[in-house]
Every structure is written in structure tokens, then in C-alpha cells.
Design a protein around this ligand. Structure first.
Ligand code: SAH
Length: 377
């Protein structure tokens, strides 16, 4: 095997040319209801208007100030500027699967680019959102990893991706009739646990009841991580029962050190133990993500080892494995596993009692599948 090319791990946002980068404008989705009221009062505006603005944003999914006719015309612009500043502009929307998969490329206030993907299935709609512009985790098979970290996204920038999807569904712009977002997966660009506070804020906004938030069920939300162990522990103690997905990709330290470089800080054993701890505390089944890479991590013996590693914790079905057919990134040394190797991998895991699924590859033809989001413009 050709040696795997490595990139440095980056945890902190890189500085701009003149010190820390400017922050996106504060938006009501960054704030709790009490903070929204306080912000309007600071601006010399009546605090009770915060609830009306929240209703427009989260419940009625209105974005045009002219449609907010319950706000006095004289102060409408000031109210909107105070709590609903413009955050991001869609640069491009690409569709696949007859419109059931839609990828949006967003330009943020400072020119940073991120992507989100809407996936409609019979009976559910999943939004895959980004949590950082770029990513510092340097996984060599991932398109986002290759570009490094630009910056963390704000809570409102994360939430706005979901609200934008909710608007297009409510307005019947997605084939299949009007609908709602039922699931959110933090599997777009970025490492959510490296932008912890903003991500938790976003989860709270998504799950707060309308009109304070979008009113989603925490069970419909999946946070995916490379395995930042201290943050996984913190998440387990938040008391929000989101689903945790752990991007394992190898059951042994030797290979995982290369595929998921954070493994050099937190070993497979420490990482899987933190996942087990999460399952134990939240009673939520953890999902192990494993991208199948031909002749790299797809050997039958590694399936056996993965089964043994997972079975060394917990005697209930605390975990399932989701095999992701590798989405090939142009110029990358990694290719997709042969079907027969994937089938054998599934058989070996199931023989050890591990529930295993193979993920569909929605959006791969518009570079909208896992690991393909790179905002290449
Ligand atoms: N940073 C988070 C979320 C980002 S991506 C994480 O790593 O979990 C969501 C999933 O897509 C992760 O499991 C990631 O490892 C996987 N992925 C990345 N590149 C991929 C590729 N080229 N093909 C298939 N899956 C990939």
C-alpha cells in the first residue's frame, strides 16, 4: 500500500490578517428567548416584539420583512436588522434523484463557503448541515479535510441551513408536496465537537418548542464526530438525547492513526469506551460510521476485530454499524470497496451479533454525499 499522505490537525480557528476574525452578526437563533428580548431593549426597541420575530422565523418560516405585517411599518426594518440580520446567500443549488436531493452552496457574511444537503425519503426529510467552514481534522479520505479549517460557524448560521430547508419544503419547492424537516444530521462540513458551544446552541434551537425554536425531536438529530473524547463525555451530560455517530473507520490504532488522525490523541479503546458511555447514559443506540475503502480497511479480519472491539462493551444492542460506500474524491488515493468485500464485512459483523446497515449514496453524482462537501468554487 502506498503511504497515506498526512495533514496537520487544527483545533483552533486560524486568525485573520488583523487578529481574530470578525464574527457573524448576532441573530435571534443565537439567543435564548430572554436574550432576544434583552437585545431589542438594548437597541431601544420594545422587548415583546422578540416573540413576534421568533414566530416569523421559526414557525411561519417568513423571511421577507414586508410579509411581517404584525410589526409596525415604522420600526419593522430596525426590528429585523436587530434580530434577523441577513446571514448567508445561496450561491448555487444542485439537484439529484429527481429533486429529492438538493445541495446548496452558501456564501457566509465574510465570504466563507459551506454546503448543506436536503434529502427527501418516503416519510422523512433529512437535512445534512455544516458546522464549520472547512475542517481541521485532516482525515485523508475526506474532501473537506483536504482544505483545512477556515472558521467555526455561529449557532444561527448552523440553524439557518435547517430553516432554509424548512422554508423550501413549506413553499412546495421540493418534489413530493409540502413537507417538514424531520431529521438533522451534523455530517456536512466540519467537526461538530470542535465547535461545541455553537453546535449545542443549534441543537437547542432545533428542539426548543415553536416559536422559540423549530420544535424538532432530539431523537431526529444526529451529531457525528471523529471522536473528541472529552466533548463526547460533555455531550452525554447535556441531557439532550441526540443520536451520536462515531466515525471509526478502523478497529485498530495502527490504521486509525492514519485515517482519522485525532486517533493519535485518543485511541480506539478510549474512543469506543466514550461511545459506550454515551449509550449507557442516554439509552440511545450509537452509530459507528465506517467508510469502506478498498484494500485499506475492508478486510474480513478487520470486520471480526471491529465486532470484538464493540462486543467488549455492553451486553445490550448499544451500537450499530453503518458502512458507507466510500465516495471517491478526485485525486484521492482511496477507492470504494468491492461489493463482495462489503457483503462479507456485513456478514462477519452480523455473525458477531452487531446490527449493520450499508448507507445509500444519495447525491454522490452532485458531490453531495458524505465526505464530498468541499465548497470548491
Ligand atoms: N467531522 C464529522 C462529520 C463529518 S462527515 C465526522 O467525521 O464524523 C460525516 C461522515 O462522512 C463521517 O463519518 C466521515 O468520516 C464520512 N466521510 C468523509 N469522507 C468520506 C468519503 N469520501 N466517503 C464516505 N464517507 C466519508
Amino acid at each position: 500500500m502506498e503511504p497515506i499522505k498526512t495533514l496537520p490537525l487544527v483545533f483552533e480557528e486560524p486568525q485573520g490578517p488583523r487578529g481574530p476574525k470578525p464574527k457573524p452578526p448576532p441573530h435571534l437563533a443565537d439567543l435564548t428567548p430572554a436574550e432576544r428580548k434583552a437585545r431589542l431593549e438594548e437597541l431601544g426597541l420594545p422587548g415583546f416584539r422578540a416573540k413576534q420575530l421568533s414566530t416569523h422565523y421559526f414557525e411561519r418560516l417568513v423571511d421577507d420583512p414586508a410579509a411581517m405585517t404584525d410589526l409596525p411599518a415604522a420600526s419593522r426594518d430596525e426590528l429585523v436588522a436587530g434580530l434577523l440580520p441577513h446571514l448567508m446567500t445561496p450561491l448555487r443549488v444542485m439537484e439529484a434523484d429527481k429533486g429529492a436531493t438538493r445541495k446548496t452552496l452558501w456564501k457566509l457574511f465574510d465570504g466563507s463557503l459551506v454546503e448543506s444537503v436536503l434529502m427527501r425519503y418516503p416519510g422523512r426529510v433529512t437535512m445534512c448541515v455544516s458546522s464549520q467552514a472547512g475542517c481541521g481534522m485532516a482525515c485523508p479520505f475526506c474532501a473537506t479535510g483536504a482544505g483545512g479549517l477556515t472558521r467555526n460557524m455561529s449557532t444561527a448560521e448552523i440553524v439557518e441551513q435547517v430553516v432554509a430547508g424548512a422554508r423550501s419544503l413549506a413553499r412546495n419547492e421540493v418534489p413530493g408536496g409540502p413537507g417538514r424537516v424531520s431529521n438533522v444530521v451534523f455530517m456536512g462540513m466540519g467537526e461538530p465537537m470542535a465547535n461545541y458551544n455553537a453546535v449545542i446552541g443549534a441543537v437547542r434551537r432545533l428542539t426548543d418548542k415553536t416559536p422559540d425554536g423549530l420544535g424538532m425531536s432530539a431523537r431526529g438529530i444526529t451529531v457525528s464526530t471523529v471522536g473528541l473524547v472529552p466533548r463526547m463525555k460533555q455531550l452525554a451530560d447535556e441531557g439532550i438525547p441526540v443520536t451520536l455517530a462515531l466515525s471509526l473507520h478502523a478497529p485498530d490504532d495502527e490504521l486509525r492513526n492514519e485515517l482519522v488522525p485525532i486517533n493519535t490523541r485518543f485511541s480506539v479503546a478510549e474512543t469506543v469506551e466514550a461511545a459506550w458511555d454515551y449509550a449507557r447514559k442516554t439509552k440511545r443506540r450509537v452509530s459507528i460510521e465506517y467508510a469502506m475503502m478498498r484494500d485499506i480497511n475492508d478486510q474480513a479480519w478487520r470486520a471480526d476485530l471491529l465486532g470484538d472491539v464493540l462486543n467488549s462493551y455492553g451486553d445490550w444492542a448499544w451500537v450499530h454499524v453503518n458502512l458507507i460506500p466510500l465516495n471517491e474524491v478526485p485525486g484521492s488515493q482511496f477507492t470504494r470497496s468491492r461489493d463482495e468485500d462489503t457483503d462479507e464485512f456485513v456478514r462477519r459483523l452480523e455473525a458477531k451479533g452487531i446490527p449493520t446497515t450499508v448507507r445509500d449514496t444519495r447525491g454522490s453524482d452532485i458531490d453531495a454525499a458524505c465526505g464530498q462537501l468541499a465548497a470548491a468554487e
